[in-house]
Design a protein around this ligand. Structure first.
Ligand code: TYD
Length: 206
């Protein structure tokens, strides 16, 4: 059966490098997989992403942000994720609904119950089979973001916001310990990749 895998973490956690590594692993193993990112992944969802990430849009309210995340996600599920799973093709997603619980829920203070309800309505409660969480302390992560330059709207948030988001992710991992694999993103690139690879091997040899 096809698997749906997501990758999560705060900005600057090394997600992009890990995501590329996962994609290459699937290619190397000849396992058919579709890779997407959130918010985005379809023409409509990428347009929504532009609104969400544009730092000129400082006036976006918390509920507007939340609903746009779900609008983008709902379209991605309809156009890409469900059709792939129906064809027994694996899907890997750079972020999924746990980002909403972490950023809009723990970060902005939106109640988890409301996110649960929206996820039910917009996404039929679809959850990944496995979620890799790259955990990095906020100072290290924000330094990496600053070094990269050209910050988007989220990356301009302060350290308090990111502390809440990181704490949120770790709480989600505890609540959903069967689905989450927490990886220490402060370890060397080789160690991070080895750990991801070992997990992928065990998932795909079942
Ligand atoms: P990200 O995927 O990290 O892109 P890049 O690597 O190009 O910076 O950026 C997406 C931003 O959107 C990130 O700051 C987290 C935020 N986000 C939410 O706040 N809630 C969500 O549900 C999702 C999917 C993303």
């Amino acid at each position: 059966m096809a698997k749906f895998i997501s990758l999560e973490g705060i900005d600057g956690c090394g997600k992009t490098t890990a995501f590329n590594f996962i994609k290459q692993w699937f290619d190397k193993e000849n396992i058919k997989t579709i890779a997407v990112r959130e918010p985005g992944g379809t023409k409509i969802s990428e347009s929504i992403r532009d609104i969400l990430l544009n730092k000129k849009n400082q006036s976006i309210g918390d509920n507007c942000e939340l609903l746009l995340m779900f609008a983008a996600r709902s379209q991605l599920i309809k156009e890409i994720i469900l059709p792939a799973i129906e064809k027994n093709i694996n899907v890997i997603s750079d972020r999924f609904v746990d980002s909403t619980y972490a950023y809009q829920g723990y970060g902005r203070g939106i109640p988890a119950k409301l996110i649960d309800q929206l996820h039910n309505i917009a996404c039929n409660n679809l959850k990944p089979d496995i979620t890799f969480l790259l955990d990095v302390d906020v100072k290290t992560a924000l330094k990496r973001v600053a070094d990269q330059g050209n910050k988007d709207r989220f990356e301009n948030e302060n350290i308090d916001f990111y502390q809440k988001v990181r704490h949120g992710y770790l709480s989600l991992a505890k609540l959903n310990h069967k689905r989450f694999v927490v990886i220490d993103g402060t370890k060397s690139l080789q160690e991070v990749q080895n750990q991801i690879q070992q997990n992928l091997i065990s998932i795909f040899s079942e």
